[in-house]
Design a protein around this ligand. Sequence first.
Ligand code: TYD
Ligand code: MG
Length: 461
Amino acid sequence: MKNAKTVFECAECGASASKWFGKCQVCGAWNSAVEVEKELEKAEKTAKVKRIAPVYENDVVKFSEYEVGDTARETTGMSELDRVLGGGLVSSSVVLLAGEPGIGKSTLLLQICKTLASEGRKVLYVSGEESRDQIKLRAKRLEGVESAESLYLLTDTNVASITEKADKLSPDIMIIDSIQTVYSESVSSAPGSIAQVRECALSFISKAKNEGISIILVGHVNKEGGIAGPKVLEHMVDAVLYFEGEKIRSYRMIRAIKNRYGSTNEIGLFEMTDSGLTEVPNPSEMLLSDRREGVSGSCAVCVMEGTRPVIAEIQALVTSTAFPAPRRTSNGVDYNRACLLIAVLEKRLGFKFYTNDVYLNVIGGLRLDEPASDLAVTLALISGIRDVPVESGLIAIGEVGLSGEVRAVTEVEKRISEASRLGFTKILVPHRNMAKLNTEKYPGVEIIPVRSIYEALPYIK
Ligand code: TYD
Ligand code: MG
C-alpha cells in the first residue's frame, strides 16, 4: 500500500506511538507494541468513521421527558447464562464471550441456538473456525440443535460478505465464532491483528445498533488470559463474559466482567458432558459433593456470588518447612489476604506458621474475594496446623480484623439459609450480626455468635 506509514499500538490499551516501544507509556504493559497501518487511522478520522449509535438517535432530547421502552430480553434456554447476562439476551446488544480454546464456547453457543431459534426468531451462526461438517457433527451430540427450525449456518470470514449475506437473511440474532478469524479487506494486516479485530467488531456493532440485531462475538484469550486483541474491544461491546474452568475437570464457569444490562457479580455454572454442557443450578451441592468430614485443615465457607450464596470448602495443608523461608501458596484465596490472616494467627494466637509451609486451596476453582470468608480460612489454617478437624456440620461466616476480632458481614441471612438447606448444623456468625437475626427461623441449626477468633477456637477439637 502506498504511503502507508506504520504506527505502533499497545495491544493492551490501544494507545498509539510513532516508534516501537518496549513498555507502554500509558498502561505500563511490556512487549505489547504491535504495528498497525496508518491507513486505518486516516480512514477512521475522515469520512469512513462508523457509527455505533443508531442513526435515528442523534436529536437532543430533554432527559426528564425521554421514556425508555422495555428492554426486550430473550431467554437463551440456559438459565445459568441468562443470570450472567442479567436476565436474558437484550435485543440489539453485542456480547463478547471470551475463553481459552476447547473450553466450550462453540458448544455453548450452538446449544443456546435451540431456544433462540424458536418462536419464529432467525439465528445466523457464522463460523470462521470450523467446517459445516464439523459443526453439524457437533450438533448431533447436542439435544435438539440439529432440528432447530430457524437456525442458519454460514462459514465465512470476510466481514463484507458476511454482512451482505446477513442483510439478505435479516436474522434476529447473529453469532460470530470468532472475531479473530474475520477480516476486512479495507485493512491490510492479518486476521486477528488489532486493526482487523477493531474494524470487524465495529462493523458488527454498528449493524447490531442500527438494525436491532443481537450479536454474540466469540473472542480468543491470549497467553496471559486477557482477551486477544485490543482492550478497546471490551469498551465497544455491551457485555464481556469470560468462560473459564479447568479443562481436566468438567466444570465450567461463566462470569461477567462488564455488563451494561446487569450485574457483574453473577456466575453461571456448567458441567461438560458427552451431550454438551449441562447447567449446575445448585453449585453448593456440586462443590461439597466430594467433601469428607473429620479431616483436618478443612472448613466450609459461604460466599455471595452476586445474589446467590455459594458454599464451598477451603482446605489448608500445613507442613513443617525444609526451606529457609517457608512457602505459602494460595489457590482461590487472595495471596496477600492469606498472608495477612496467617500473620494475625501468629501474632494474636501464637501459632508458629513461620516454621511451616502453607498451601491453601478452594475446591472447585471458586475464588473467595469476599472478606466474609476470612473466618473459615483462619479455622482451616488452625485446624491444619493443629492437625485436628473442625467439628462436623460446622460452617464459619465472618471477616477477621487485624486484632483477631470477627467483624460483621452482609447478607448473613441468605448465607445461613443456604447453609441450613445443605445440612450444616452449627453456624459461626459475627456477634454484631446477631442483633438483626431471627434465629427461630432456622430450626435444628445452632447459630453461634463469635466476637473474635479466640471464641471460635473451641470448635476445632
Ligand atoms: P468447543 O466448544 O469446541 O470449544 P471452543 O469453541 O471454546 O474452542 O469445545 C469442545 C470441547 O468440549 C472438546 O474438547 C470436546 C468437548 N465436548 C464434550 O466433552 N462434549 C460434547 O458434547 C461436545 C460437543 C464437546
Ligand atoms: Mg470454537
